[in-house]
Design a protein. Structure first.
Length: 329
């Protein structure tokens, strides 16, 4: 993947590329929708007033997430396709965290008139590619002019006859387990913030999360008592489970292996790598609690226990480090 330069490359007609103003709303819609393949659950895709998506379960799981240029991503750090992957992953992971299978995405794109057409097309490619990893499709959305590039995605999912796995079901004695990577994206963000582009493992983890989507429905079938997508930080998100369930949760630091690239980056940047692991969230790992009698498959590694109480602790005690992301702090 080639590196993108600074914001100056994104002015009107940069590199001879047509702007969205040059081809107009309907021209852009035509270009974008032509890039979208429809999956098996899409009965009617873009082109009408609304799409039609199959709902075999007779219930639809739905969620929405918003990404704002300069706050949730930077175009000099991520390609348009990267941003598409990130925007889709943030929503698809929420569907998986309910124990459901994603079926469709709806995307609202608000953009400056001088944005290059190729950037919008790259975004569509990234969204479609990430959705395709779970058999879902981008089935429609909306576009508008805006001084700030903003992407709002709504995801739909199917429970397959299972009850949803919610945050309020954890009970003392349950095992806390994690599926997917944790800390990689947060480390990549720190690397980029400090002006570096390596280690690539960490930078690419920030640009394109690798989410364990199948682990969500798998956890539901295993009898998970609660589950959450770790989007804002492990300790912060586990706090939501603890509050909803009326329990305490204790996390073990020794349950996490710090990979060599992360350890090297932490040492070079003067950062405790466990800050990334415990407070970083954009890998979109899934955290779930299970009855102690459940034999967990390799996809789920135990990282702690549900306890009596109402706090999230680390190694049995209070944790005074950062706990995660808050949009308004």
């Amino acid at each position: 993947m080639s590196e993108r330069g600074g914001a100056g490359q994104y002015g009107p007609n940069a590199g001879g590329d047509a702007s969205v103003a040059g081809i107009g709303e309907f021209g852009l819609i035509g270009r974008v929708t032509a890039r979208l393949a429809m999956g098996p659950t899409t009965l009617l895709g873009p082109g009408d007033d609304a799409a039609v998506v199959a709902a075999p379960d007779a219930r639809v799981v739905a969620c929405t997430d918003v990404l704002v240029d300069g706050r949730h991503f930077r175009r000099d750090w991520c390609s348009a396709r990267d941003v598409g992957h990130r925007a889709a992953a943030a929503n698809l992971a929420d569907i998986a965290a309910m124990g459901a299978t994603p079926t469709a995405l709806l995307v609202a794109l608000c953009m400056p008139a001088d944005l290059e057409t190729s950037w919008a097309e790259g975004l569509a490619d990234g969204l479609a590619a990430e959705a395709a990893t779970v058999g879902a499709s981008v089935v429609g959305g909306d576009m508008s002019a805006s001084p700030t590039l903003t992407i709002a995605v709504t995801a739909l999912g199917d429970l397959g006859g299972r009850p949803p796995v919610v945050r309020s079901g954890a009970r003392p004695g349950d095992v806390l387990a994690l599926a997917g990577r944790i800390g990689y994206a947060a480390a990549g963000l720190t690397v980029l913030t400090r002006g570096f582009r390596t280690p690539r493992l960490l930078v690419e983890a920030y640009r394109r999360p690798q989410v364990a989507y199948p682990a969500g429905p798998q956890a539901a079938l295993l009898g998970a008592t609660s589950m959450i997508d770790v989007s804002d930080g492990l300790l912060a998100d586990l706090g939501h489970v603890a509050q909803a369930s009326g329990v305490g949760i204790d996390v073990r630091r020794d349950a996490f292996e710090v990979p060599r690239q992360m350890a090297d980056a932490a040492r070079a940047l003067g950062v405790d790598p466990y800050t990334w692991i415990l407070a970083g969230g954009e890998d979109h790992a899934l955290a779930a609690t299970f009855p102690p009698t459940v034999a967990l498959p390799p996809e789920w590694r135990p990282i702690g226990l549900v306890t009596e109480g109402a706090q999230v602790t680390v190694d049995g005690g209070a944790y005074d480090g950062p706990r995660g992301w808050d949009h308004f702090r």
